[in-house]
Structures are given as structure tokens and as C-alpha cells.
Design a binder for this molecule. Sequence first.
Ligand code: IPE
Ligand code: IPE
Ligand code: MG
Length: 241
Amino acid sequence: MPPAIPRHIAIIMDGNGRWAEARGMRRIKGHEAGAESVRAIAEECARLGVEQLTLYAFSEENWRRPRLETEFLMRLLKRFISAERETLIRNQMRFSAIGRLDRLPANVRRELDKTVRMTADNPKTNLCLALSYGGRAEIADAARRIAQAVKQGRLKPDDIDEATVAAHLYQPQMPEPDLVIRTAGEMRLSNFLLWQVSYAEFHVTDTLWPDFRAEHLHAAIEDFNRRVRRFGGLVARPAAG
Ligand code: IPE
Ligand code: IPE
Ligand code: MG
């Protein structure tokens, strides 16, 4: 039987700096090489029929890095989005972004908006970039909007439940991630999709992001297929059920 394909795969793309440093190159060269992996993995997910691919590209905390690096990353992002629009359209993929996007430079936001608009009706994989994204920030932003709804009389405090919180996240319609992959070996979430990953399966590989290709994705999906998901109950459900 072919492996079941997760509906939503989320990836913490880590190790660009280490990849470059191991080659005696500057860290930014690792980010450039990592962009190639994004293209390869996005195309493979479209081919496999993955419904959503969320890529952690820049965290809210990454603004703490030296300005030269964050400025380079913003330029790379702008270049990448405009260059890859064609790839997205050719593969009939949708594009979206989550995070505190208002912190991004205006020229990056323009490219993002344009790509979202141009791919909005596409039927295949939703490629979602997490940019200036933090899981705690997302939950705090949701809490603020819920409080506003209560203040305006649109919502009663007693009616607030998990579904209310979920409905106020950046992308309420996203299926929860089934599989979270982290490259470069670190066993932590680094503030990624904290609300949404409560029952995701976790796959960590030592492969650095710029080396990550379709074969590594397939290995992660095979690993996922060996998991037994119980969601707190006693009845085992096959991984991608
Ligand atoms: C991931 O690679 C990309 C971003 C966080 C923007 P890193 O830049 O974190 O690479 P390492 O972890 O230093 O190797
Ligand atoms: C997580 O990687 C963020 C992204 C991949 C965008 P980091 O390299 O920022 O994570 P830490 O600092 O090692 O936790
Ligand atoms: Mg890192």
C-alpha cells in the first residue's frame, strides 16, 4: 500500500547558517541555498497531493539577529516570492502567509499580497509561509480580537471555547498539522504553531535545510505512517486517518 499522505505538513526549516559555515561561506549563502529546498519541497508536496505545506521561514524572534542578516533575508524573500510566482501558478498552488506581516518591509508585503491574489483560486497545495511569526504572538493576537468582540457585544465570555480561539487565529480554516518536520537536529518547537500542533507527529532529522530534498520528505512521511495516533483515547487510528 502506498503511504498515507498527511493533509498538512509543517516544517521548521533550520540549519542554513550551519550549512554555510561548514563550507567556509557566509551565513547568507546558506539562506540562498535554502530557497532551493523550498522550491523542491513545495513542488513535491503539490505532486503528492498535500493539502497544506506551512514553512517556518522567519520567526518573530529572528528580528533579534544582526541587521545585516535580517535585511538580507527580507531582500531574499522579496526576490524569492516574485521569482516563484510562476512556479506556484504552474503547479496550481495557492499561496498564503501568517505572522505579524505588518512588521515586514512594504515591498515584501506588496509581493506577498500580489501572490496571494494571483493564486487565490488555485486548487492544489496551499503553500503558507510563516513570516515574522510567533506562536505566542498569534495566541495573544487572537485573545485581543476576542476581547474586542466581547467589548462590542458580539460575543459573551461564557461562550468562549476552543473553537472561538481557533476561529481567531491567523488562518482559521487551516487543517491542524499532522506532521511537523524539523531539520538540523534541534528538538524544539521554537514558538512554531503552538496552538495547532497539540496532536501533530514530530519528525526531527539531522539533515540541514539546504540539503533537504524530496527523498528526505518521503522518509519523514514513511516515519509518520509508522505512528499510532490516539488523540488521548484508546482506539488507535492509522497515522493519516
Ligand atoms: C534557518 O536557518 C533559517 C532562519 C531561521 C531564518 P538558521 O539561520 O537558523 O541556521 P542555523 O540554525 O544558524 O544553522
Ligand atoms: C526557528 O529556527 C525559526 C525558523 C526556522 C524560521 P531558529 O534557528 O530561529 O531557532 P532557535 O533559535 O535555534 O530556537
Ligand atoms: Mg537555526
